[in-house]
Design a protein around this ligand. Structure first.
Ligand code: HEM
Length: 130
């Protein structure tokens, strides 16, 4: 029988989140969820821009003025980067579903490859937007 709670002194009482380090596979997984949510929100932003641009010739001018500003360019770059990571991470997930990269070492390696591929795609997205 286990000891009463009072006697289990060595038991950690609470988690110090600042000392918890996540493995790279966990970071890859969390970022995949975050990028999925950003992509979902992005659909609204992009449809809003499309609807303004299709309203009238003046609306088109308004939309093109909007996307030529730094803030909107930054937002578009962020959306493209999130989508790039979501697709790369998604392909990684689908490959794991097929039985590849399921071990700890290969999973960590595929996470690093996904990060590197996203960095390259993000750079290309920056070139495209600016
Ligand atoms: C409009 C485009 C997309 C949106 C808004 C979107 C959004 C999301 C969201 C919110 C999740 C849930 C994440 C979670 O709960 O962990 C998800 C999961 C997933 N997405 Fe996407 N996604 C999109 C496109 C794609 C594309 C193009 C791929 C192809 C590579 C993809 C592959 C996946 C996979 C494989 C999962 C499941 C990951 C898992 O098993 O944890 N998604 N997506």
């Amino acid at each position: 029988m286990s000891k009463p709670v009072k006697e289990r002194k060595s038991r950690p009482v609470n988690l110090d989140l600042q000392t918890v380090s996540f493995p790279i596979t966990a970071i890859a997984s969390i970022l995949h969820r975050v990028s999925g949510v950003i992509t979902f929100v992005a659909i609204g932003i992009l449809l809003w821009l499309l609807s303004i641009s299709l309203e009238s010739p003046l609306g088109f001018k308004e939309a093109s003025d909007l996307v030529s500003g730094f803030f909107m360019k930054f937002v578009l770059w962020g959306i493209a980067t999130a989508l790039a990571y979501h697709i790369v991470g998604g392909i990684r997930h689908l490959m794991m579903d097929l039985g590849y990269f399921e071990e700890l070492d290969t999973g960590a390696l595929s996470a690093k490859v996904a990060f590197a591929a996203t960095a390259v795609l993000s750079l290309l997205a920056g070139v495209l937007v600016w």
